[in-house]
Ligand binder design. Structure first.
Ligand SMILES: NC(=O)c1ccc[n+]([C@@H]2O[C@H](COP(=O)([O-])OP(=O)(O)OC[C@H]3O[C@@H](n4cnc5c(N)ncnc54)[C@H](O)[C@@H]3O)[C@@H](O)[C@H]2O)c1
Length: 367
């Protein structure tokens, strides 16, 4: 098997915590170049990896023949520019979520990647949680019957601390909507299918975070109808006081249908709670062995902290799709669909109205 060379563009939090260990797990893969516009971040990444090939300008990375694929993990504002440059240079490309600042850019990224016949993937990481994948499998098998309700609730307490580019509209596009709810918008579609229409609301509670201006929302909710007929209630907050943060804080999903209900909580990534018609309460079930890691992943499913280790399977999926010349899952298609729903949510807040999204994706066919 020939060695695949990867470059990381943006060497901040997610690159060092997720992408480096994920790629390290993949056979015959080497990170050969690092790029970041911040010298301190670049120097930290250099000492963590021992790599000398470090760049502040992404154009220099694209010129390298030993870079076969790039991972774009920068603030959202530059995703489109970097991804389009990578595609133009013939590189396979993984782009962090949310994919872009708007649907038009996300669509252009998808179409460019398809035309260039490079692999393209986005980072809806929660699809890789064993319990989420098993929940999808059970719903597919008919365990809930006809879905009636999708409900997700993500509650974190980030207080008033400065969250850098994430609190600046011109760098992030949206606040809690793109940061946390984008994942829920995605897995709702993974679990019960496409959204038909939505109405949204957002609120910013803090105009200053550690004294620095914030012009984005701390809280977002979407009320939705899905094509299958189910209702959707999706909520996400950064200001749920006392609820903690990260993987151990509230991250709850429930689907109720004509035949049963299934509950997912991220804090129990190897477990679901289920009930069927006639039951009076939920019962805990363990995720079967074959769902504990992504098919083919070299990861030891029982090693490491299960709240984080599932994230490494995302790197495996990207590499495996490159090796086997197949679509990645999730690809830029799913990224663009979520971006379209996010744009509709922003429009709904501005217009105080329901927005139809059932036609989304009709213009995502490569030409
Ligand atoms: N999938 C997930 O679960 C998940 C989790 C966290 C973050 N993310 C996403 O990952 C991306 C990065 O988030 P983060 O938390 O790592 O941010 P971060 O601020 O820690 O790191 C981003 C890095 O990009 C660098 N950068 C900015 N512009 C650049 C450019 N033009 N070229 C090269 N480097 C540049 C910055 O200097 C910074 O070091 C965001 O899109 C975010 O939404 C996804």
């Amino acid at each position: 098997m020939s060695k695949l060379g990867l470059a990381l563009i943006g060497c901040g939090g997610i690159s060092l915590q997720n992408h480096l260990p994920g790629l390290a797990m993949c056979p015959d893969v080497a990170v050969v170049a690092l790029c970041d516009t911040d010298p301190a971040t670049l120097s930290r990444a250099k000492s963590q990896t021992g790599l000398d090939a470090v760049y502040s300008n992404y154009h220099d990375v694209m010129k390298r023949d030993d870079v076969h694929a790039v991972i774009v993990a920068t603030p959202n504002i530059v995703h489109a520019e970097l991804v389009l440059a990578a595609i133009a240079a013939g590189k396979h490309v993984f782009c962090e979520k949310p994919m872009a600042m708007n649907y038009g850019d996300a669509r252009a990224m998808y179409l460019a990647a398809e035309r260039a016949n490079v692999r393209h993937m986005t980072a809806f990481t929660y699809r890789f949680v064993p319990a989420m994948r098993y929940m999808g499998h059970l719903i597919q098998k008919g365990a809930v019957g006809i879905p009636y309700h999708f409900r997700s609730c993500r509650l974190q307490d980030w207080g008033v601390r400065n969250i850098g580019w994430r609190q600046v509209q011109k760098l992030a596009g949206t606040g809690e909507l793109g940061d946390m709810l984008s994942h829920r918008i995605d897995y709702a579609q993974f679990l019960i299918g496409e959204m038909d229409r939505l109405v949204a609301n957002t609120k910013r509670f803090h105009d200053l975070r550690d004294g620095k201006p914030s012009d984005l929302e701390d809280w977002v909710t979407i009320l939705a109808d899905y094509k299958v007929g189910a209702s959707g209630v999706l909520e996400s907050s950064k200001v749920a006081t006392g609820r903690g943060e990260s993987a151990a804080s509230q991250d709850y999903v429930e689907v109720n249908g004509s035949e049963g209900s299934i509950v997912f909580q991220l804090e129990h990534p190897h477990q679901l709670q289920v009930s069927k018609k006639g039951d009076k309460s939920l019962s805990k079930i363990s995720v079967p062995q074959e769902f504990l890691k992504w098919p083919g992943s070299p990861r030891d499913a029982m090693a490491g902290d299960p709240l984080f280790s599932f994230r490494y399977d995302q790197s495996f999926e990207f590499i495996d799709a490159i090796r086997n010349q197949r679509q990645c899952s999730p690809s830029f298609f799913e990224g663009a669909m979520v971006q379209g729903i996010m744009d509709a949510a922003v429009l709904s807040v501005e217009d105080r109205s329901w927005i139809e999204v059932g036609g989304l994706g009709h213009d995502l066919k490569p030409v």
